[in-house]
Structure formats: C-alpha cells, structure tokens
Design a protein around this ligand. Structure first.
Ligand code: ZN
Length: 479
C-alpha cells in the first residue's frame, strides 16, 4: 500500500515524482503456503496452487477462519450503477483443514443471501455480524464446492484505524454508481463470501457484468469481454494464488489502453476519460519501471500487469495496481510494482509481518529515486532516520505495531533502514543477490519473520538475527 503523507520525506526528496502522496500507508500481507510442502496433494488437481495452511491472525482474528482453506473462487458479479446493486454468485471450492460441523466465511451483513448449496445440496445458513455460516459438515481434508447467491447494496466496513484513509475498507460507491474496492488488511467480505485472511490464498475466475459503456475490472489476467442485451461481461483469471486483500473490483466508464512490458508481458491501463490527461503519461512509464525492477529482482512474477485508476486508493492489488490520480507518480508505481515481488508473490502469513511488504517496497522506492536523480541512497536513508525514531515511539516498533495503527509509516521506515543496515553489512553484491533470490525462491508462498531470518542467515552466511530483531522490536531505533 502507499504510505501516509510524510511532509518531511517529501521535502527531503527533490525528485520529480515524490511518492509520498496524500496520506496513507501501506501494508500488505500474507500468502499461501507452498503446495509442495503439503501432504500429497491430489494428482492433476487444477487448484493445487490454491492449497494453503490458514492461520488465525494475531491482530485481527475476527477475519479469516483457519479451519477452512479455499482453493478457488468462481465469482459471477453483476453491478447495476443506477440502483447501486451488486448481484453475485460465488462458487467456492474449499477444503476443511480439520473436521467441522459447519462452514464459516466472512460476508458483509449488507448483502442478502438468496440461496446456498454445499456439494449441490441446499443448506441452511445463519448470519451473525459479518459472518456467514453454512450448516454442512466436512471431514478433515474433505472438499466441497460451496455456492452462494446474493444481492444488495454493499457497504464499507469500519476498520477502526488511526490512519484516516484506510478507516473505511471494502466496497466504495460514488456518484453515478461508480464503484471500487480497497481491502487491506480486510474488507473483501463486503462484496463476496471469503476466507478474508492472507494465509489463505486461492485461485480466481471473476466475471463482472455492467451496462454497456461501463467496464468491470478485477485482479488477474484480463480474458476479454462479451456483450449481449445491453450489458458487457468482463472476464478475469488468476492462476497464481491471490490473498484476499490483493483482490480488485472496479466498475466505471474506463478507457482501456494496452501496452507491453519487459519480455512482452501484456499490460492494460483502465482510466476514466477525465483522468487521462494527468495519469496516462505516468502509466506509460510502467514498462520502463518494470524493466528497472527486473534488473534488481529478477523476472516479474506474473503473466500480465496493469493499473486501474480509481478516485482513491493506492494498492499493489495483484496484476492490477489500484491507484487514485494523486498517487500516479513513477515512485508510487515503482513502490506498488515492487510489492509484486514483496507481498504478492511472497506474502506475509499474518498481519504481524506487514514489515515484509512495506520495508522492501519502501526500500526499492527509495532506490528508484536514487537511480533517477533523487540523491544517493545513503542520503535518502539518512533523510528518514529522524522521523523513523518518532514513528517508532508513536505507533510502536514495526514488528510489534499497535493494532489500531495498521500501515502507519513505522512499518515502512524502520524495516527499510534495517535492509540498508543489512546491505552495509554484507555488501552490495550479496544484498542484491538476496533481494532477487528471496522472491524467486519463495514464489506463491506465505512467509514470516522466522522463515525470513533463517533463510537470510543461510543465504548470506552471516547471523543477522539480532540486527533484524532489534530493528523490528526495539523501543528505540538501533542506530
Ligand atoms: Zn506499500
């Protein structure tokens, strides 16, 4: 996620595209476990890459359910701007991680369930708050397809965070029925039934039907549109696992622009006509920014990329970054694209390790400035040290941040300085070999501090445990 507005850093960076836009933060999250590490997955399973080992979140345990592992979401969504009504059918392929008597998913209370089945049989459902429970048992490791039909006017959820721009999460509706969603650390439950936690990544097929003249944008690879009866259906597919906070819903009168990234990676930009003059030029820098990142990090880890320009937001949503016009700068695009290596393909298993996303994304954003006339990396790092110390006091150490202070700048600055410390200790060659090997060796997995520390110690041949722990947990900055 983009970080909150930091005047100090903005002033320090005499760069044309300072990334610190108006006020937000970043953060991001978790991901699925390598399927190879799970006990003998079925052969020729089309959804094998959706296997995960879900866990309860230490900070936001009300979202997500560790007894359920969703492998695939098939979402057929209809958006009617005039009545602001979302109509949905979710076909969810899941397995129980232990024997259960019912299946509980996160699902917004504003949406009405019109019918539900498990394995094709109608089942009783109960609602409590933002939980949906389907009364059907599953054996340990038993699988079923859960289907839910629903409709209603979606409502955002209050995340009770200090950071004002992420206080309202989920499905936003604007004038004229324009709609977009933002959901970190949670909130996709405001538009579909979901196991809303980064430790349960899944594959997706999404179809969004809108009136002709409108477009429906989702995460994943754009598979084209069909038109009939005054409506258009836009299809999207994710064959790499996606954490629920990295999903996309956007419906608006977008124009579609096509581009090509390094190695011919297809890119699409979805921009409203009124936003084109101030954003298309920056969007078209995406191939060059991807090329710069690939030089540092290895191949971009997904088959396509894109940007959808909504009124607000600033998220590294998978294969389709969501950015508001104020945040369309090369630095922010570099930040959100860097997350595709740090956050999207390697995802923190719980929100405790948000630093894994924002530390790396911040570091490569600053390195991007350094390589584009913004000063040396040492100068840039020094420019944030004073503020980092203040942020640590205010919001807690980055590895133990306060739960009402999600994605404040403490999880960006301290971990970025930690990475710079590691770079000084091991040298440039080993450091950049490390930043390349970590995402490439852990594609489509979820990780945590313990696994990162063990891996980096082995990779560098240095014991960095104390350095890492003191940056992440220290009440005061290590240096
Ligand atoms: Zn970020």
């Amino acid at each position: 996620m983009r970080r909150p507005l930091l005047l100090l850093l903005s002033a320090a960076l005499a760069v044309p595209a300072c990334s610190a836009p108006a006020s937000t933060t970043s953060s991001q999250p978790v991901r699925a476990i390598s399927s190879a590490s799970l006990a003998s997955p079925p052969k020729a399973d089309p959804y094998v890459k959706g296997l995960s080992r879900p866990v309860a979140d230490p900070l936001y345990p009300a979202y997500g359910n560790p007894s359920i592992d969703v492998l695939h979401y098939g979402l057929k969504l209809g958006w009617q701007p005039s009545s602001r009504t979302l109509t949905g059918r979710a076909d969810i392929t899941l397995r129980a991680t232990k024997a259960v008597t019912s299946i509980r998913l996160d699902f917004g209370r504003a949406l009405k369930v019109d019918g539900a089945t498990v394995a094709g049989k109608p089942v009783k459902v109960t609602r409590k708050g933002d939980d949906l429970t389907l009364h059907a048992p599953l054996k340990a490791d038993g699988r079923a397809v859960v289907s839910v039909r629903y409709h209603g006017v979606p409502k955002v959820t209050n995340a009770r965070q200090k950071r004002a721009d992420i206080n309202l999460l989920g499905f936003h509706i604007e004038s004229g029925g324009r709609a977009w969603a933002l959901q970190e650390p949670f909130g996709s439950f405001t538009w579909f039934p979901v196991n809303d936690h980064p430790s349960d990544e899944a594959l997706y097929d999404v179809a969004i039907t809108v009136p002709n003249g409108w477009s429906g944008v989702a995460h994943g690879t754009y598979k084209g549109k069909t038109t009939s009866g005054g409506k258009s259906t836009f299809r999207w597919q994710s064959r790499d696992p996606v954490a629920s906070y990295l999903t996309v819903f956007a419906a608006d009168k977008f124009r579609l622009y096509r581009d090509k990234g390094p190695r011919g990676v297809p890119i699409t930009y979805w921009i409203r006509p009124g936003d084109v003059p101030k954003t298309l030029k920056v969007a078209k820098q995406t191939p060059a920014i991807m090329k710069w990142l690939e030089k540092r990090l290895g191949a971009y880890p997904f088959p396509t990329a894109g940007i959808v320009v909504t009124s607000d937001s600033g998220m590294e949503t998978q294969q389709m970054i969501t950015l508001g016009p104020p945040y369309m700068t090369p630095g922010v695009v570099a930040h959100e694209l860097a997350h595709h290596w740090f956050g999207d393909t390697v995802t923190p298993r719980t929100w405790r390790d948000l630093w894994m996303n924002e530390g790396f994304a911040m570091y490569f954003e600053l390195q991007y400035y350094a390589d584009h006339g913004g000063g040396t990396i040492d100068e840039l790092m020094d420019s944030i040290r004073g503020e980092e110390a203040q942020l640590r006091k205010k919001f807690g150490p980055p590895g133990k941040y306060r739960k009402d202070s999600f994605a404040e700048s403490n999880v960006y600055y301290g971990p970025a300085l930690m990475l710079h410390d590691i770079r000084e200790r091991v040298g440039d060659d080993k450091f950049f070999a490390m930043t390349r090997a970590w995402p490439q060796q852990h594609r489509n997995t979820t990780q945590d501090r313990a696994s990162f520390t063990k891996w980096i110690n082995d990779f560098t041949g240095e014991d960095l445990t104390d350095l890492i722990d003191s940056w992440l947990d220290g009440k005061t900055s290590p240096r």
